[in-house]
Each structure stands twice: as C-alpha cells, then as structure tokens.
Ligand binder design. Sequence first.
Ligand code: UGB
Length: 598
Amino acid sequence: QKNLSILSPEQIELGKMLLELGQGHLFEHWPDPGVEDDDKKAFLAQVSILNSSYPGGLSSYIKTARELLADSKAGKNPFDGFTPSVPSGEVLTCGDDNFIQYEDIGVKQVQNAAFVLVAGGLGERLGYRGIKLALPMETTTGTCFLQHYIESILSLSETSIKQAQGECRRDAPLVIMTSDDTHERTLQLLESNSYFGMKPTQVKLLKQEKVACLADNDARLAIDPDNKYRIQTKPHGHGDVHALLYSSGLLKEWKDNGLRWVLFFQDTNGLLFKAIPAALGVSATKEYHVNSLAVPRKAKEAIGGITKLTHTDGREMVINVEYNQLDPLLRATGHPDGDVNCETGYSPYPGNINQLILELGPYIDELSKTGGAIKEFVNPKYKDSTKTEFKSSTRLECMMQDYPKTLSPSARVGFTVTETWLAYAPVKNNPEDAAKVPKGNPYHSATSGEMAIYRANSMILKKAGVEVDDPVTQVFNGQEVEVWSRIVWKPKWAVTFSDVKSKVTGNNSVSQKSTLVIKGRDIFIEDLSLDGALIVDSVDDAEVKVGGSVCNNGWTVESIDKDSSDLPEEVRIRGFKIIKTEQVQQLFSEPGKFSLKP
Ligand code: UGB
C-alpha cells in the first residue's frame, strides 16, 4: 500500500492483478517508499512484458499452470483414454520415380512458400557457446548452417520460378524466431555477411520472450535468485512460433501476396533441404493441411514418435508423442516392453524431425480461433515422492509440433517418411554425451552431423551413377563414424536429385580419400576420375565441363584431442580437423564455355 505513490496507474493495476492472483510474496520484501524505488519500477516493467507477451496474459498463464501442476502432482496421464497405434503415411525413397515426381511438383510450389526457422535455443546440450546457426555445418568449406539454409532457399526459389516459367517473381520470405539468448548474434551474423545473398527485406526476425518460472504447486511466481526485483524466467519452447507469427501480421500479408505454404525447420539439420522439395510435393498432391517430415526412428532415440491416437470417445489424431512420453504411453496401453525396435530394427513409430509444412489458409483459420496458443505441458522435478516441493523452479512449455492438437477431426494431417541419411543429421549433443549413446543409435553430435553431409552427398552421387568408394570407419571423440569422400556442393549447383542427375554424365569415380567441392552453378562433371582434392568455382555466366584424371595428396581428416585448448570450440566438438595438403583448385571468373581437364 505504502508504495502506491511511487507507481504509475498502469503499474498499480499490474500490482493489484498479481495480488489477486495469489502472488503477494513478490512484494513482501519491498521496503518503504524512497528506498530502491527504481528497482520496484523495473520489476513492474518486467511484469508488464510478461503479461503482454503471453496470449491471455499472466492470469491465463497462472490459471493454466495451476491446472497442469495439479494434473502432474496427481500423476494424471496426458493421454488418458487414448490408445496409440502406428499411423500410415507416404514413404519416399530418394532417387526413385515416385521421389522424383514429388520433387518436381514440390519445386514448382516453392515460389508459393514462406520459410520459418526456429532458432531461439542456445544449445546447452551441445556444449557450444556460440549460436548454433553460426556453427560450420561441415569444415571442408566451413559453411555455417544459416548460410546453407539461406542459399538453399534462394536456389530453390530460383529453380521454382524457372520451372513455373516465371509466372510470378517473388522473393521467398524467411522468418527466424530468436530469443534473448540468440537475437543479437543472429542479427550480427546476417549483417556481417550481407544476409548471405538474401535481400534484408526478405528476412524477418521475431524474438520470443521467456515465461515466468513457477516456484510451487500453487504456481507462485519464482523470484530470481540473483535479483529480488526480478521474476525468474525460462524459455517457453519452440511452440511460441505460432503465436508470434500470428501476432506479427505476417501470415495475413503472405496470404494477400498469394502464398500457400509455410515450412518450419530447426537450427542444425544440414540435410533437411534435400528432402524439402519432395515433402512439399506430397503436401501439394495430397492437399495436406499439416505434413510432418519423419525418418525411421530407433527405439528410445531422443526424437518424438509420430503416433496415431484413438480415444475411447472416437476422436482420432496423428500427432508427435515426445520421446519421454512414448515409452510410458505404450507400457500403459498393453505393450509391456514399451518403446522397442520391431523386426525392421527400428521403432514402428516414425521419428518426428520437426520439419512441418502447413497450408497457409487453414493455418490462418485455426490461429484466428486460438491466437496461436499451443497446448502446453509442465515438467517439474520434485524433491521427493510427496510431490509437494520442486528441486528447482519450473515453467510451462510448448512445442511447435503440437499445433495439430487443437485441429478439428476433419483437418487433413499427414506425414512423409524418408531415409535418415537423406534428411536428418542434427547437431545437438556434446562429445561426452554422444560417446555414451547406445551402439547403433545416432550420436546427433557435431562429429556425426558433419560426416552425415559427406555420406548423403556420396550416396546421392552414387544414385546418379558415380562410382564412389565405400567409406572407412574411424573413431573421433569416442564416436565410431563412417568417413565417406568429402563431397560438398553449393545449393546453386543442385537443390534436387534431378539437378544432380542433369549435371553428372559419363563414367565418373571418386576415391575414399578424395575431396570434391563444387561451388559454381553451371559445372558439369563428365568422365572424371578423382583421387585427391578438387575445388571448382565459376561465375554464373560460365559453363564449365570438369573431367579427366585428378590425382594429388588431397585433404585428410585428422583426429584431434577434444581437450586441446589451442583449438577453437567448433573444431574440438568434432574431434577431427581437415588438413589441406594438396589440391587442384580453379575459379572460372569470366563468362563463357570452359573445360577443366587437369
Ligand atoms: N527452440 C526455440 O526456438 N525456442 C525454444 O524455446 C526452444 C527451442 P531442441 P527438442 O528433431 O531432433 C525437438 O532443443 O525440443 C528451437 C522435438 O521436440 O534442439 O529437444 C531450437 O533453436 C523432437 O520431437 O530440440 O526436440 C531448435 O532449432 C525432435 O523432433 C529447435 O527449436 C527433435 O527436436 C529444437 O530445439 C529433433
């Protein structure tokens, strides 16, 4: 009461609201007016942000938190009444006729698509202090994830416009969701690299706010241990992307501009764009409102499982069940062994890789009803079995793949499974945790993420008729990985399997010790025998034929000690570095037709 005189009317209202919501403890330590007044005002300024950035405000947040905390304490099963079963979806195999057909349809649709990258996570599990988008995807060229994503979108758009015979020329929008942890560094990465070739107006950053932490089962907000005039906050999860997109007005703008699709993707999956065109083709052909891209999943692998849930009241949905919930759900519904591999060596539930394709019209209709609010969950760590106290504060969380949970049963929700080697190699785990992954399960580390790029490119070239040697097995940072020829190309050279096929002719071979880097757009590989390192670049108006025999000492992959402090963190987390001994390197910088036959 005494402090009311120092506060603005808006701040007084916020204070009253907190008292009505049972949050009196937040003010108990407040001294008399005149003491720490600026801190008190700063506290209410933070409350104002927390209140306005959550759909329905703090009262809604606290109400939901009380309900979810009560359910958690009572041990209520979130899937009560639901029986899981294996759903059916479209299964694609890279390079076969079906795949090529879907890719063709998908590429044409890219000119109607907007791209949304969720990149608010800091990557604590990875043990890397920088933002994950700045991390090199592979160290042969040192291209970072963001550069690769942007160049892929630019090339896909270019191809799309060409294939649709320039019906309409429009720059594909890219939204990046950031957080306080990643915003400034993401902006800086873009600005210091001229947006990697995108127009700055094409890219929009939407920053997600953190949410208030909860100290107990009554959803009393937690005071920051380092500052008694701040409420402790934590990330709310990638599900925020829907509310942010809705409130930004971008969805309506996209619809008015004639766009039809919104594609969501994550920060560190260097393979993803190899599967996007075909998956978009599936969305367009099957007229899916929601299409999730999935890969075969090893039981207990830390990715969600796509599951069909059927309720006793007849409701049905196809939805991601997060990895920590799938096993208990199966055990509770007549599968005593829980989440186990079937005869294929994989879980029968395809793995969600959080690549979602939503049809814009139905998406806007749904968000007009929900405001983009996504079903939340809470995951408190209790001190003991009485479940009365938490080990540390908790908060509500939400996931972007839970968007279909509020959809009506008539919504067309499907999924598309493709091979893991083609579509999924995230970089999430630090070397220590990766080395503990059970044998046969993927490491999801910087080591495996980079090796997966070489494997995918080698496999694609093999499917296109190139003789690529088998890989050798090596151990880096305690992880056994296949080391394929280091083959890397820029998206402007090829963004689809058909692009690759059209640029590779005759009898070509690449030995295991080789490195092949293709940077220019119109480079044609014809009768090349490579045993060493070859790097070719060209300006867009040059057409270059590359063939003949290239043999040199090349670039080697050398093991390093992850604890050696003289190496940068992004090298140490891989456990190897590329030693560049000898190469043929050629840039064709003038327009015209050329041939490179060393
Ligand atoms: N992210 C945000 O933008 N904001 C946040 O508050 C949190 C994250 P994680 P997670 O494909 O491998 C997901 O932490 O959540 C961004 C799926 O839920 O890497 O453990 C963050 O920057 C799971 O079903 O993953 O697991 C990153 O880009 C499975 O699909 C993205 O969200 C798994 O990803 C994912 O964050 C997977």
